[in-house]
Ligand binder design. Structure first.
Ligand code: SAM
Ligand code: SF4
Length: 356
């Protein structure tokens, strides 16, 4: 038997090793799973293409291209975002990829979503290459803010890590985002052993540019499957390296489901976050749901099962039918990953393919 106890809202908090079946799911509108979590934060991947080739993410040749007829169109994306908000109680939407700026119709997607769900914050995770040319139009279309992925401000380290010489474009893109009001800007950095020496300079740059920097432990989500636990720059190593240059005071998390633990820098107003995704898993508080560029629900980064929505979408399903498929997909979300445990199975898909 499944062990279940009631909590506020009357949702069961299942703690059994056996996954609950769909018949056990209470008839509530939101994206609940059988472990008592509710997903309210939607990540929508809109392309597999990218302008960089970060070694912890993409293969040298890029991901295999998605055939155009398999990629969700702008109007399909807008419809799914509307269903997520109107039927499934999603509260914020982030566009990602691959690199979202490589979709020429990005402004159209943003404008359509802003019109369909005007109260819902829309943001984007981007490498910022070329953002300088589009920041103003994206803000005008209704984009609220950006998270920029930038791992180093050393041009040589950047070129080696991303296999592209595009640091100047990224730095200009960040400034353009600020001018366009796409703020507050968060900078996400994944460190590798060879870029750890640049961590302090990156933090100094972010403090000077009023960007909130968050370091993320590298997860086994690289397409080349070269990840090893030994090559993860973990939170403890990073803190030790930063403390040689800064006084850091722990201030905890913004809220319990926030993945980053925050540190005050030199007693001032600036903070730096560390997302210890490998060494301190936050799966228990995960509130994410993901749609792939091909229109499948992914309930968890570390679970390879995908639940197709595109077929139903193109076969005339109603909004409620699509919502119901999405609810079923999320109900079976696994408890979490065990990356830090020797012998645990690693996912087949890379971050760039899933949408980080
Ligand atoms: N191209 C965009 C960018 O880089 O911001 C959006 C897609 S990218 C897959 C989203 C985020 O995933 C980036 O912040 C990137 O650093 C992160 N990421 C990619 N591979 C990762 C890995 N193996 N471990 C941890 N984070 C990873
Ligand atoms: Fe591209 Fe982003 Fe992956 Fe880097 S992390 S290769 S920018 S998708």
């Amino acid at each position: 038997m499944t062990a279940a106890t009631s909590v506020a809202l009357g949702l069961p908090r299942v703690r059994s090793a056996r996954p609950a079946t769909l018949r056990d799911r209470p008839p509530v509108p939101g994206l609940i799973d059988s472990f008592g979590r509710t997903a309210r934060d939607l990540r929508v991947s809109i392309t597999e293409k990218c302008s960089l080739r970060c070694s912890y993410c993409m293969p040298v040749e890029g991901l295999p291209p998605i055939a155009p007829d398999r990629l969700l169109t702008a109007s399909e994306i807008i419809r799914l975002v509307r269903i997520a908000v109107q039927y499934l109680e999603v509260r914020e939407v982030r566009f990602t990829g691959g690199e979202p700026l490589l979709r020429r119709d990005l402004e159209q997607i943003i404008a359509g979503c802003a019109e369909a769900v005007p109260e819902t914050p829309l943001s984007m995770t981007t490498n910022a290459v070329g953002l300088e040319h589009r920041a103003a139009a994206l803000a005008k279309a209704g984009l609220g803010r950006v998270n920029v992925s930038l791992d180093t401000i050393d041009a040589e380290q950047f070129a080696a890590l991303t296999r592209r010489n595009r640091l100047p474009s990224v730095l200009t893109g960040v400034k353009a985002a600020r001018r366009a009001g796409l703020t507050p800007i968060k900078v996400n950095a994944v460190l590798m052993p060879e870029t750890l020496s640049g961590a302090a300079d990156l933090l100094r740059w972010c403090v000077a540019e009023a960007c909130h920097l968050r370091f993320i432990e590298a997860m086994p989500l690289d397409a080349d499957q070269q990840w090893t636990r030994e090559r993860v720059v973990d939170a403890a190593q990073l803190l030790a390296a930063l403390r040689q240059h800064f006084e850091l005071t722990s201030i905890g998390r913004e809220n319990p489901s926030a993945p980053a633990e925050e540190w005050q820098v030199n007693g001032g107003s600036a903070t730096v976050g560390i997302i210890a995704s490998v060494t301190r898993s936050f799966c228990r508080d995960c509130d994410r749901t993901r749609i792939s560029a091909e229109g499948a629900v992914r309930s968890c980064l570390f679970n390879d099962s995908e639940h197709d929505l595109r077929t139903a979408l193109r076969n005339g399903a109603t909004d409620e039918e699509l919502a119901q498929l999405w609810r079923a997909a999320m109900w079976s979300k696994p408890a979490g990953h065990q990356i830090d445990t020797a012998g645990s199975a690693l996912p087949r898909h890379s971050m760039g393919a899933i949408g980080g």
